[in-house]
Design a protein. Structure first.
Length: 173
């Protein structure tokens, strides 16, 4: 693996920071080593784990962990950090998966329209009978019914199949 070339950039506040070259990042994403994979696994489990604790668990220095995290962020392997709420905090939410079959070649147009629905947490293209899978989250069944009705009214959607998510067994939400 080629050593990532760093350059200095200046953010909007005038602060300079190191940044990895995009061409090297593109190559590097496919050459992650065991340390990167183990680091990502730990961060998926607890993104707030302190660098010192990560370093001890991975048997490397804090500087190595910080450098690897910076590279993972710069190269868009890590695209963001999020929170997971306790299950009782999210228990009142209605969550569902909606599988969507689209007429003809209108997938991009339908996805653009669906992306504007605030209740849609994620949209995925897929293969098989359905073209798109949407993850919905609403505060109650009435709102869920309203969102589902609006989805079904989008021009270009042939049919939908919906499954309400009853309980999380892994990944908790």
């Amino acid at each position: 693996m080629a050593m990532a070339q760093k350059s200095w950039k200046i953010d909007k506040n005038g602060t300079s920071f190191e940044h990895y070259d995009k061409a090297v990042c593109a190559e590097w994403q496919y050459l992650m080593d065991d340390l990167d994979i183990r680091l990502l696994a730990r961060l998926r489990s607890d993104a707030r784990e302190p660098v010192a604790k990560l370093a001890a668990a991975l048997s490397v220095s804090r500087a190595t962990v910080r450098s690897r995290i910076d590279k993972l962020v710069d190269c868009n392997v890590i695209q963001g950090f999020t929170i997971t709420t306790r299950s009782n905090e999210a228990a009142h939410l209605v969550r569902a998966i909606v599988m969507i079959e689209i007429e003809g070649q209108g997938t991009d147009r339908v996805i653009r329209r669906l992306a504007g629905f605030p209740a849609l947490r994620h949209l995925y293209t897929t293969n098989g009978r359905f073209d798109v899978v949407a993850e919905i989250e609403t505060p109650n069944l009435e709102a869920f019914d309203d969102v589902l009705r609006h989805i079904r009214q989008v021009d270009g959607i042939r049919t939908t199949e919906t499954s309400i998510l009853l309980s999380a067994r892994k990944g908790g939400f």
